[in-house]
Design a protein around this ligand. Structure first.
Ligand SMILES: Nc1ncnc2c1ncn2[C@@H]1O[C@H](COP(=O)(O)OP(=O)(O)OP(=O)(O)O)[C@@H](O)[C@H]1O
Length: 650
């Protein structure tokens, strides 16, 4: 190691003792030194370290008393950072100060693998920024902005193998200020909610928190109002291995408390009692809908619903015509050459259609909640209109972290690709731009070695990248997950990034910047097509609950967002009276069987085991994914960035 004249001799003395707060001050820094320094500092109780303007945070996994009033005060308008220990509050303060001076948009990109502490840091920074503009009058708004995170976590976070409170969506929280630094409002941009979790989650994982809060928090008669009983009775709360969703006494107590907290937050943020009832109604509808079971019918070659109780409940909850819903669940219709073609679904198709509806309901509910939140947090007192982007702002990006599970599917691929982009954004801002500046100014510099992942972006996003190939394959009715992987192999076999998985023809590996991940392509095509048959959409559009009808009528944006396309409803939603559970007609003639028979009689074209045509031509999940990433990166491109990088362990 070399120590130059400008370098403090004490740095060398302190190296290896974890006493250097800013590792960029070291004359030599490689991965080994970095990890060693972080490890020693962690042992000494120092979870934060700087490398230049980048903050490295190691998850302490315990409550520390370093986020108190005293620290909020100390990290306000910091002039000389070196007099204080590294802290996440410094990043918030630095972004705030730079915004005040430059009157520009600041962006704090928080990254790290799942469970490393991104969401906690995001919340801490928001709290600190709120503290920094404490002089203003709008205390209510400040509280709402902090509260909103807790609410979004209830609907967008879930227990995974890596993290008991894992974010299953990306969020970009943009706080908008006056030139003097007074907060005017905030806006949440939501990205890529993992909607598949609503109908399926891996062993040791759970569905979204809010479902468990609901069962623990609702009183008996309230549960009855939503036709609910105990969580064990709902398929989507059980595990993939079939075991039931038993909650421990401690969990029930905690979830009950969280349920009350969510209700209070919703009210504080501005949701009305009717909005809250509507939200619980939609959640209950999803629970009942996914309990619908289809039976094969020898007579029609189609399916029928054996126990129609959940069907009746869903129709009551969502104010739908029961017969229309039954028809839409067991059959599909499309228009070919001006002629309506009806066909009965087989069991797999009916199961997929039911689950697609449940996912769409949850996704749209989530989008509606975000939309409502944005309406309630938007700057008032100011006729900003479209000009909002001209005001100084600080955006904090908290995305689901890099994942490598035992079984990695389409969801992990999307999350990891998003993280790959974030890594590229980091490289571009920290290394590439600096190199370019030195080069342009003719300054001699040592090339800093870093893992450039630009080639990986091409592997995923290029014209022949994995996503383009997936989209192409999704348009072929005869394509299979295995033919997709063959296609991947034929295009990418020579790339060092692509790894062929021997012995499993629907698996493939990718050498990501963070390590190799093996993906199982089972279900990729179906997940990518993931669309709701038109007759189910039509059925929901005809709901007598205006919000539900609007949610299914709303055009999604190119990035697949509902929160940016649906209009805000601040008027009381109309929720009609419903019969009690005991009043439902449980023993009447089987409606779906009767319907299937009549469809069979009038059927013009019966195509079994084929994919519905309308599915092949609709916008894919991948295209929404690509557009939403582009939208996010565009937002970040013009901002002045800060980086907080998290490590799970040192
Ligand atoms: N600063 C902190 N102080 C105390 N505990 C922390 C801190 N940061 C993280 N943790 C603990 O680690 C857990 C995981 O953190 P967090 O949910 O923020 O991870 P994440 O990086 O956002 O993960 P994911 O990508 O899965 O959403 C938290 O629930 C908390 O228990």
């Amino acid at each position: 190691m070399r120590v130059t004249a400008e370098h403090d001799q004490s740095l060398l003395v302190n190296m290896g003792k974890g006493e250097v707060d800013d590792l960029s001050k070291l004359d030599f820094l490689d991965e080994e030194t970095l990890i060693n320094e972080l490890r020693v500092r962690y042992k000494n109780g120092q979870i934060y370290t700087y490398i230049g303007d980048v903050l490295i945070a190691v998850n302490p996994f315990k409550q520390l008393n370093i986020y108190e009033k005293e620290q909020h005060k100390a990290y306000s308008r910091v002039q000389f950072r070196s007099v204080l220990r590294p802290h996440v509050f410094w990043v918030a303060d630095a972004a705030y100060q730079r915004m005040l001076i430059h009157k520009t948009t600041q962006c704090i990109a928080v990254s790290g693998e799942s469970g490393a502490g991104k969401t906690e840091s995001t919340k801490l920074m928001i709290q600190h920024i709120i503290y920094l503009c404490k002089t203003i009058y709008d205390k209510e708004l400040q509280k709402k902005i902090v509260d909103v995170n807790t609410l979004l976590e209830a609907f967008g976070n879930a227990q995974t193998c890596m993290n008991s409170n894992s974010s299953r969506f990306g969020k970009f929280v943009q706080m908008i200020f006056t030139d003097e630094g007074q907060i005017l409002g905030a806006k949440v941009f939501d990205y890529l909610l993992e909607k598949s979790r609503v109908v399926n989650h891996g062993p040791g994982e759970r569905n979204y928190h809010i479902f468990y809060y609901l069962f623990s928090g609702l009183e008996k008669e309230e549960l009855e109002y939503y036709y609910l009983d105990t969580p064990e009775n709902y398929r989507i709360l059980g595990t993939s291995t079939g075991s039931k969703a038993y909650l421990t006494k401690t969990e029930i107590k905690y979830f009950k408390m969280m349920f009350q907290a969510q209700k209070e937050i919703m009210k504080r943020v501005g949701f009305m009692d009717e909005d809250i009832t509507l939200i619980f109604t939609l959640l209950a509808a999803i629970l009942h809908l996914t309990n619908i079971k289809f039976c094969q019918d020898e007579e029609t070659d189609g399916v029928y619903i054996d126990d129609e109780y959940p069907l009746e409940v869903v129709s009551n909850l969502l104010c739908l015509d029961q017969e229309t819903l039954a028809t839409a669940l067991i059959s599909t219709s499309s228009v070919t050459k001006g002629e309506k073609v009806v066909s009965l679904k087989n069991k797999d198709q009916a199961n997929d259609g039911r689950d697609a509806l449940a996912k769409a309901l949850y996704e749209r509910l989530f989008g509606w909640i975000v939309r409502q939140i944005n309406e309630l947090l938007q700057p008032n007192n100011y006729a900003l209109g479209e000009k909002i982007d001209l005001f100084p702002s600080i955006g904090i990006l908290d995305m689901s972290g890099f994942e490598n599970f035992n079984l990695n599917s389409f969801e992990q691929l999307c999350i990891n690709v998003a993280n790959e982009h974030l890594q590229f954004y980091f490289n571009e801002n920290i290394f590439l731009q600096e190199e370019e500046e030195y080069f342009n100014e003719g300054i001699q510099f040592d090339v800093v070695e870093f893992q450039n992942n630009e080639d990986l972006i091409e592997v995923f996003m290029g014209p022949l990248g994995l996503f383009a190939l997936l989209d192409e394959e999704s348009k072929f009715p005869r394509a299979t997950d295995s033919s997709l992987v063959d296609k991947y192999y034929s295009h990418w076999k020579n790339s060092e990034r692509y790894v062929r998985s021997r012995g499993n023809d629907i698996a493939f590996g990718i050498n990501h910047y963070a390590g190799k991940v093996v993906y199982n392509a089972k279900g990729f095509l179906e997940k990518n097509r993931d669309n709701l048959s038109l007759n189910l959409i039509e059925c929901l559009k005809n709901s007598n609950i205006e919000v539900v009808s609007e949610l299914f009528a709303a055009e999604r944006t190119e990035s697949g967002s509902i929160s940016r396309s649906v209009s805000a409803f601040l008027a009381k939603p109309y929720l009609p009276m419903r019969p009690r559970s005991s009043e439902l007609k449980k023993h009447r003639e089987n409606l779906s069987q009767k319907k299937a028979k009549s469809i069979k009689k009038t059927i013009q074209t019966l195509k079994m085991n084929t994919i519905q045509k309308d599915k092949l031509n609709q916008v894919t999940v991948t295209s929404h994914f690509r557009n939403s990433l582009a939208e996010l990166l565009d937002k970040m491109k013009d901002a002045e960035p800060f980086f907080v990088r998290h490590c799970l362990k040192a």
